[in-house]
Design a protein around this ligand. Structure first.
Ligand SMILES: *[C@@H]1O[C@H](CO)[C@@H](O)[C@H](O)[C@H]1NC(C)=O
Ligand SMILES: *[C@@H]1O[C@H](CO)[C@@H](O)[C@H](O)[C@H]1NC(C)=O
Ligand SMILES: *[C@@H]1O[C@H](CO)[C@@H](O)[C@H](O)[C@H]1NC(C)=O
Ligand SMILES: *[C@@H]1O[C@H](CO)[C@@H](O)[C@H](O)[C@H]1NC(C)=O
Ligand SMILES: *[C@@H]1O[C@H](CO)[C@@H](O)[C@H](O)[C@H]1NC(C)=O
Ligand SMILES: *[C@@H]1O[C@H](CO)[C@@H](O)[C@H](O)[C@H]1NC(C)=O
Length: 622
């Protein structure tokens, strides 16, 4: 650094002093002062001339003296004349000074200047009759101080302090002459001002004459000072100049009370539902951050247990809804600084379904079922039966109930804005009704060849499930081959052997009612000759055969009668009987054809189809 360069700097602070007296004839010139860094060598010139040229001095005596400031006595340090040049023994300058002279004057050189050399040096010239003169130069010595060291206070400073508080101290050590310390805040010098800025300065001087300056800044901090930076600057004289060196910057921790508080819900995000863990966070603008107390608006005096600036509510219920407040503990009681927020805990109660559990309704009836779940939010209700949506909204209309209406109806209640909330309920609907036969016919008439099996089927619906009883008159040989039931339909099939005309009653009944279905089966006697008929011949062939038989019988009858009249053939009794029997059978068939042609055709067709398909084929009616 430039100011550290140890250079000899002569300084002409003023016009040289002219020392002369009226009677003297010597002109002597010296600098008022010579400035030099500590440790350098100082040259103090002393120029003189004898003005009276007529009177050249034969002998000139030159002496140098030194005098400490404020001291009257002075001490000679050098003596010189034409014959000898002598540095005085036993002075602080013995061995450290040198005097050189020429025609214009003399010059004192001091080696290794010390702080104690800051004195007045006198040059005395004596030319006897030619006159004499004396002059002086003040030797000024400079030692730049070490760079200033700043130390801020580590503790926070409160803006509520009434008097300025210590902010920092600064020390500039080992300077000469005494350096000054100036304080700066954000680059602007701080002037002492009562009640706001105090600067306390302590100057010490050590045994080597060095000055050390210690300065303490007391400052009344404001909240804005939390961002301010402070430094000190040391200023000191150097030869021919004033130099300054700045310390590092420091900042201060400013403590200020909370003036504004904010309270907000940290978690969960979005809407809060019952069972959640809620975290409310309070934050103020004070420094250091203040602890807070939480309370509910309704209970201002009841503090809630919190962890620092966070209030945990777990698990929340609808009772926890309300206004929450937090207050800093660092403000005085008068200031009403608080944070406030409304917490809403949403809920969805279990669904209440009316009718409850299960409900019996009669066939054809109407019913309105409702499903309600109390909620703080808008809900949406959907009804399901067997996994299929059957309705939406709180009410479900069941109109004109049928047995198919029977079943479990579930309602699902959801909260669209808070999907985590949902509930469900259900009602079991039972549709009751008397036994009711399935199918159009209440009476079935059919005919069946004797010896065949016929299946009689009876299906009945109802709630409770109908019971099917059979009452069969005309055949002992029957048994139930099917007995099935689904939810509300009973199905029974009996297999009956047709031996003679049969009257069968299917009695389907439950507590609510009874329905009866009647079957009447006409047994058709078996005709063996019909069995081998081929399908291609049909009824026409039968008629032709029958006519041919009748013709043959007529011819045979007339022949026998003719032979009998002539007495050629004896008449046997048994043979006549067999013929009659056969004839009787054939007559029966003919009668049937004539009386009920339509039925006969059906029976015959069935028989034909039966032969085609197999002997076991039977007619099933129901
Ligand atoms: C100073 O001391 C030296 C010897 O130490 C001596 O020769 C000299 O004369 C002395 N000078 C004076 C002025 O006393
Ligand atoms: C020499 O200097 C010291 C201080 O540096 C002082 O105390 C002492 O008196 C001086 N001696 C003389 C002879 O001036
Ligand atoms: C204050 O100083 C500290 C270190 O001393 C530093 O960490 C902090 O950032 C400074 N603050 C400001 C506002 O400059
Ligand atoms: C120190 O302050 C004093 C008083 O204000 C002033 O006279 C002197 O010149 C200053 N010195 C320096 C080195 O600034
Ligand atoms: C049908 O059955 C029920 C109950 O078994 C009985 O009360 C009723 O009399 C029966 N009806 C007929 C026609 O057999
Ligand atoms: C009657 O029904 C039973 C059971 O379904 C069946 O096994 C049988 O073959 C049926 N009989 C006739 C003649 O259709």
């Amino acid at each position: 650094m430039a100011f550290l360069l140890r250079t000899f700097v002569p300084l002409f602070l003023q016009v040289c002093v002219l020392s002369w007296s009226a009677w003297a004839k010597v002109e002597l010139t010296m600098h008022e002062s010579v400035e030099v860094y500590l440790g350098d060598s100082a040259q103090i010139p002393c120029q003189y001339s004898f003005t009276n040229a007529d009177n050249e001095p034969s002998i000139v005596i030159i002496q140098w003296f030194v005098r400490a400031a404020g001291d009257n006595s002075r001490m000679r340090i050098f003596y010189g004349d034409d014959s000898q040049q002598m540095v005085d023994n036993n002075t602080n300058y013995s061995g450290r000074i040198e005097v050189t002279s020429d025609q214009q004057g003399t010059q004192l050189t001091i080696q290794d200047v010390k702080l104690s050399d800051e004195k007045e040096f006198f040059c005395q010239v004596n030319g006897m009759a030619a006159g004499n003169a004396e002059g002086k130069t003040h030797l000024r010595v400079f030692a730049p101080p070490e760079a200033p060291v700043i130390e801020g206070v580590f503790t926070g400073i409160s803006v509520t302090n009434e008097v300025p508080s210590k902010v920092a101290s600064c020390e500039a050590r080992n300077g000469f002459p005494k350096p000054n310390i100036t304080w700066y805040r954000n680059g602007m010098p701080l002037m002492s001002s009562p009640g706001h800025v105090n600067v306390l300065t302590l100057v010490t001087r050590d045994f080597r004459d060095f000055y050390s300056v210690q300065s303490t800044l007391e400052y009344k901090v404001a909240k804005e000072d939390k961002d301010a930076h402070f430094f000190c600057e040391v200023s000191f004289f150097v030869p021919a100049a004033i130099r300054t060196v700045e310390s590092n910057s420091i900042n201060v921790t400013v403590h200020y009370p909370t003036t504004m508080v904010e309270l907000w819900k940290e978690s969960p995000q979005g809407l809060v539902k019952e069972g959640d863990t809620v975290e409310l966070r309070c934050q103020g603008d004070g420094n250091p951050p203040s602890p807070f107390v939480f309370n509910r608006e309704q209970d201002p005096d009841e503090d809630l247990e919190s962890r620092g600036d966070v209030l945990f509510l777990s698990p929340v219920s609808r009772k926890d809804s309300g206004i929450y407040q937090c207050r800093p503990l660092d403000t005085d009681d008068y200031a009403d600084v608080k944070g406030e927020m409304q917490l809403t805990v949403h809920y969805l109660d279990p669904a209440v379904v009316v009718p409850k559990d299960s409900e019996v309704m009669l066939k054809g009836e109407d019913l309105i079922a409702t499903c309600n779940a109390l909620s703080s939010l808008k809900t949406s209700t959907v009804w399901y039966k067997d996994g299929q949506q059957v309705g939406s909204g709180n009410t479900l209309h069941l109109r004109d109930a049928t047995y198919a209406t029977t079943g479990e109806y579930a309602c699902e209640v959801t909260v669209p804005s808070l999907p985590a909330l949902h509930t469900s309920g259900s009602v079991h609907i039972i549709v009751q009704g008397g036994a009711q036969l399935v199918g159009e016919e209440q009476e079935v008439q059919l005919e069946e060849a004797a010896g065949r099996m016929v299946n009689l089927s009876c299906e009945a619906q109802g709630q409770p499930l109908p019971v099917i009883n059979w009452n069969i008159i005309g055949s002992q040989n029957w048994h139930e081959v099917v007995n099935q039931a689904n939810r509300h339909i009973a199905h029974s099939v009996v297999s009956v052997k047709v031996t003679s005309d049969i009257s069968a009653l299917c009695n389907a009944s439950n507590d609510m009612g009874t329905e009866v279905k009647a079957f009447s089966i006409k047994a058709i006697p078996m005709v063996t000759s019909t069995a081998p008929f081929s399908p291609a011949e049909g009824s026409g062939v039968i008629i032709v055969v029958i006519i041919l038989c009748l013709l043959l019988l007529a011819i045979l009858g007339s022949v026998l009668y003719f032979l009998h009249k002539k007495g050629k053939i004896p008449c046997g009794r048994s043979g006549k009987q067999e013929i009659t029997k056969e004839k009787t059978t054939k007559d029966d068939i003919v009668v049937e054809m004539k009386t009920n042609t339509k039925n006969e055709e059906a029976v015959l067709l069935k028989a034909v189809n039966g032969d085609k398909k197999g002997p076991n084929e039977q007619v099933t009616a129901g």
